[in-house]
Each structure stands twice: as structure tokens, then as C-alpha cells.
Design a protein around this ligand. Structure first.
Ligand SMILES: O=C(O)C(=O)Cc1ccccc1
Length: 286
């Protein structure tokens, strides 16, 4: 059976690069074939799995420079039954693509908001007067280069090759170790792996409301690797908390912590237990 994998398209996005590395891993370790299905937004990519249009979705979740991709956290919270199957870490190396030959000719730069943010200092110093315009993905930004002469787009060198567009600046990142973590999401419940992600709301806005659920892990020497808050969207100042821990559902301290956690949470969602696949930056996947 060929697996279908939804990703933020079109062809040439960083998410596609991460997805291709995952399909290669699926082929090499499990002998499974897969096809890639591009979607126009991260929310639609995740919905494709929730509605069983696709078997898996690959979505960006966090960047080392810019932090969380909030639409991924919000959509994962809203949709029922999604489970993280794996995390993928991809080094991100941004380029400025343009058809004009000098920087002075560029009036507008298009890209995904994460890419614009990851290059903001460099843009400020090298292109201080340009207008920055967000697009649904880095590859989507390349459409503007066709229609608008004085425009540039931030995308990968792979996208430059695929769309046959010249690179005007080959290194645009503010920070050299710029990496993005992606999650592979499916419907199958996951029960083992090095990391576990969960989200919860707290029953009351009172002293200790957050420390109590966190202490459940600390008391058992379970390490937290990340915490992120998001508004509940019900009222100002009310939050959901997303946490990642180091641990597997096969370990009894983790099982005990998860049994105790409902005492101190209002809604609790376990998003999955998974391992990480680090993707090397090569000529093919940059
Ligand atoms: O727009 C893309 O290419 C994406 O895959 C989203 C993204 C943007 C910037 C860094 C990592 C992922």
C-alpha cells in the first residue's frame, strides 16, 4: 500500500524537503512507498489527516531562531485524534532569489513569515527600505518573481533549482545554526519513543495552577524539554500549555505522571510519543 503524505506546498518548500527525508526513511527502514500531496496551508495539511484524505501530515512546529509555529500548535489542539509519529530536524539555509541583477532594484521581498523573521536583521542591514510581504510558503513566494519585476523572494537553493530562478544572495540567515523541527502527524496512537508531547488547560487561574501539573513531572525526575503557552481564545489572559518531556509511555514513572496529571488539568491531550530523525543538509535537500 502506498502511503499519502500531506505537506505545506507547493513543491520546493522546506517542509517538502523534510517530507522527502521522511519518505526515504520509510522506504529504507520499513520498505514502504509513499506519495507526497501538497496543501496550501499548515491547517489544511493537518485537516487532510483528520479527514483521512492523507495518511500522514508533515508540519513545521518550531524554529531555533524564531520559536513556535503557532498555527501548528493551535490546529493540533483543535482537531481530534491527531498523533505525532516522528519529529524531523532540518537545517535551514535561506537564499534571496530574484530575476533582477542588483539589490538596489528590489522594492518588495516575499516569503513565509517564519523565513522573513529568520532573516530580519540581514534584511534590515542589506535591504533596509524594501517592503516585506508574507506568503503562505517560501515556494509560493516565487510566484511573485514571475509577475513583479522589482521583487525578491526568500527560499531554499533547492527551490531556486526547481523553478530555475537565480540566487542574488546565497546566505540570508541571521544565525548560522538555523534549524526547524517538523512533526509527522497521523491517526495511529503512538506508545513509545524518546519524546512525549502533550497540551493542557488549567482548571482555575490561581496561584500554583501551572506549578502543580509541572511538579508531577519534576517529582519523578522527568525532564521537560520545552514549554509553550497559547491563548485559549476564550478570554484574554487564559492559556493552554504545550509541553514536551523526555520519556516513553513504556516507562512506569511516565505512566504514573500521566495518571496523576488529570487532577491538576482541565482538558488534557496527549499528542504522541516519538523519536527524532535528524536530516543532514546536503546539496539535494538544502
Ligand atoms: O514555507 C516553507 O518553505 C515552509 O516549509 C515553512 C517554513 C518556512 C521557513 C522555515 C521553515 C519552514
Amino acid at each position: 500500500m502506498t502511503l499519502s503524505i500531506a505537506y505545506l506546498g507547493p513543491v520546493g518548500t522546506y517542509t517538502e524537503t523534510a517530507t522527502l527525508a521522511y519518505t526515504q526513511w520509510l522506504q529504507e527502514t520499513q520498505g514502504k512507498d509513499s506519495i507526497l500531496c501538497p496543501y496550501p496551508s499548515i491547517a489544511q495539511t493537518l485537516q487532510a489527516v483528520a479527514t483521512q484524505e492523507a495518511d500522514f501530515a508533515v508540519v513545521p512546529v518550531e524554529n531555533s531562531t524564531e520559536g513556535s509555529v503557532t498555527i501548528t500548535l493551535d490546529t493540533l489542539w483543535q482537531l481530534e485524534g491527531l498523533q505525532i509519529q516522528k519529529a524531523l530536524v532540518l537545517p535551514i539555509h535561506h537564499c534571496l532569489l530574484a530575476t533582477v541583477s542588483s539589490l538596489e532594484e528590489i522594492k518588495t521581498v516575499y516569503s513565509h513569515p517564519q523565513a522573513l523573521a529568520q532573516c530580519q536583521k540581514t534584511l534590515e542591514s542589506r535591504l533596509p527600505t524594501v517592503q516585506l510581504v508574507p506568503t503562505a510558503s517560501t515556494a509560493e513566494a516565487l510566484q511573485s518573481l514571475k509577475t513583479e519585476k522589482n521583487s525578491g523572494a526568500i527560499a531554499s537553493s533547492r527551490a531556486s533549482q526547481l523553478y530555475n530562478l537565480p540566487i542574488l544572495i546565497s546566505y540570508l540567515n541571521d544565525y548560522p545554526d538555523n534549524c526547524t523541527r517538523f512533526w509527522v502527524v497521523g491517526l495511529e496512537t503512538t506508545t513509545e519513543g524518546k519524546y512525549l508531547s502533550l497540551g493542557f488547560s488549567t482548571p482555575a487561574n490561581e496561584p500554583g495552577a501551572l506549578v502543580r501539573p509541572l511538579a508531577v513531572f519534576a517529582q519523578r525526575e522527568i525532564n521537560l524539554t520545552r514549554i509553550e503557552s497559547r491563548p485559549t481564545k476564550r478570554s484574554l489572559g487564559e492559556y493552554l500549555f504545550f509541553i514536551d518531556i523526555e520519556g516513553s509511555l513504556t516507562q512506569s514513572p511516565v505512566q504514573a505522571a500521566l495518571e496523576e496529571l488529570p487532577k491538576y488539568t482541565e482538558v488534557l491531550k496527549i499528542f504522541g510519543n516519538y523519536d527524532v530523525l535528524s536530516i543532514q543538509a546536503t546539496g539535494n535537500n538544502k
